[in-house]
Design a protein around this ligand. Sequence first.
Ligand code: S3P
Length: 433
Amino acid sequence: MKIIPRKSLQGRLRVPGDKSISHRAAMIAALARGRSLLSNFSTSADCASTLDCLRALGVSVERDGTTVVIEGRGGDLSAPSSALDCGNSGTTMRLLAGILAGQTFSATLTGDESLSRRPMRRIIEPLELMGAKLSSQEGHAPLTVNGQRPLRAIDYEPPVASAQVKSCVLLAGLQAAGCTRIRERVHTRDHTERMLRWFGVPVEEREEGGVRLIALHGPKRFSARDISIPGDISSATFFLAAATLLPGSELVIEEVGLNRTRASVIGFLQKLGADIQIERARVECNEEIGDLRVRGVERLKPTANGANIISGALAAELIDELPALAVVGTRVAGGLEIRDAAELRVKESDRIRTTVENLRAMGAEVEERPDGLRVAGPARLRAAHLESYGDHRIAMAFAVAALTADDASELSGAASVAVSFPEFFDLLEAVSE
Ligand code: S3P
């Protein structure tokens, strides 16, 4: 796909429903008793994979655009007649494994080539501690889960900061006898905790010596409830980045999820000198939501010492936003450094490598590190032949970079945006000047 540079972004838009929240809404509604109506459900291919897997497990799922009606099975799913295809979606595979661990049958989860390369031991270990039996290809999919009922509750500290691992254990915990507890040193996104509470399941949370304890008592049955899903802040990030980098832009992104464990990108961009305002902030269905008004700026200059370093807990909070932020970093006085983000290497692509390759193709000065990168700035990016590497967020981050380049760029594999944001290029066209 050819991407031509633009002067500015103008107008208003809505991004699709949050992918992380949509997966959880569908899975938890499937376990509830009765009918739940989910509005503004994500249009992503990943969330469609979750719905297809749930159908294969005997759940009635009706979909009309972004409205999904789920008839919950009250905790008891049916054995699927064939393998459950999770496509490109790590969240589908890891969270569903937690649900399957407590069922009375065995099921196999498969995925595409990229998902089959991603690490699964991080969920196999806790689920086996809970009493389920799992087999894999040396820690990779296909993953067969032999359910056990009831599971044993565990007190578990995941060795990696991962909301998917935490959520997998909590969903298994719904089907375990006793108190399942997760210990988190780095707070990861808390949509599962909030969604469970929305469905009436008590989830306790407290801090103890810098560790966050999250606990629920099982086994737990609960009733259906309707839910409305906010716009996806990770998708909105590409528009925040593009509008910031194109001076003269003024864009309003409506109804975006602003959950504290997801919205660090706003504060981080503001510290680099971006002009972003939150309007109409409110809480809906246990999640913060609001509109974001972003205006382009002539230059980005960190407002404090160290504001252009992403490390520690911030790196975990910004994990999905890092490719787009690396692109922004090329325009920041003093550049941008990303540390403590080795997890990027096991995402849909090795996002350190794929970000560095594309930045270099555009003439940026970048240093690749085992756990991150350092990009020099401010510099103007050159038009280039860009590669998505089949990774939706790499495709969108470099579409943004191409908008700011000196001439037209070519992006290969642009269709991969459908994994999280099929409307991306149409919306971009609609607001570009
Ligand atoms: C997600 C958690 C994160 C994130 C992914 C979605 C979730 O993954 O990168 O896009 O919905 O829980 P990890 O849990 O592997 O960090």
